[in-house]
Design a binder for this molecule. Structure first.
Ligand code: FES
Ligand code: FES
Length: 179
């Protein structure tokens, strides 16, 4: 076992994990962050997308030990005090989901895309989202939602270091150790 300390959605956790434990399994099974889902386990679908130090990663493709000392944001860490981010709100308003299985990963990827690009055309959105698969929507409304959210953010280049369309949280991380 290897001891890791990771800040997830603003809370610091210390745990002993197997070196082979995937980040997605650590989030779901150890921390109970089941908003991050597993759609394939082979790095194809993007359902497991989270932010690692502010950039999107497929958490089925990252070992938990690789997140040691770093900051992870999951879909559960986006809304603050019940207030949705512009991306979450746009997915809601544009009906960008049906079954919702892909939605957490779609939103995390869209947040990253908007935070780091200030010239998002429809084509760039489609390319930027191509690592996230949806079996239901045909993508049209997803792309519309990302366009709407990018507009709501004033185009991007938005500083949003945490990748969530808002400034990084000022709240200090709380400590939680279970090791
Ligand atoms: S579960 Fe990670 S890419 Fe599909
Ligand atoms: S809404 Fe069902 S997989 Fe995307």
């Amino acid at each position: 076992m290897t001891r890791i300390t990771v800040t997830v959605d603003g809370t610091r956790y210390t745990d002993d994990v197997e070196p082979r434990t995937l980040l997605v399994h650590y989030l779901r099974e150890t921390l109970g962050k089941t908003g991050t889902v597993v759609g394939c386990d082979t790095s194809n679908c993007g359902a497991c997308t989270v932010h690692l130090d502010g950039r999107s990663v497929k958490s089925c493709n990252v070992l938990a030990v690789q997140a040691d000392g770093q900051e992870v944001t999951t879909i559960e860490g986006l809304a603050q005090d019940g207030e949705l981010t512009p991306v979450q709100q746009a997915f809601h308003e544009c009906h960008a989901l049906q079954c919702g299985y892909c939605t957490p990963g779609m939103i995390m990827q869209a947040e990253d895309l908007i935070a780091h690009h200030d010239d998002l055309t429809e084509e760039k959105i489609r390319v930027g989202m191509e690592g996230n698969l949806c079996r239901c929507t045909g993508y049209h409304n997803i792309v519309k939602a990302v366009q709407q959210a990018a507009g709501a953010n004033g185009g991007a280049g938005v500083s949003a270091e945490a990748g969530n369309g808002r400034p990084a949280a000022a709240e200090p991380a709380t400590e939680e150790a279970r090791a």
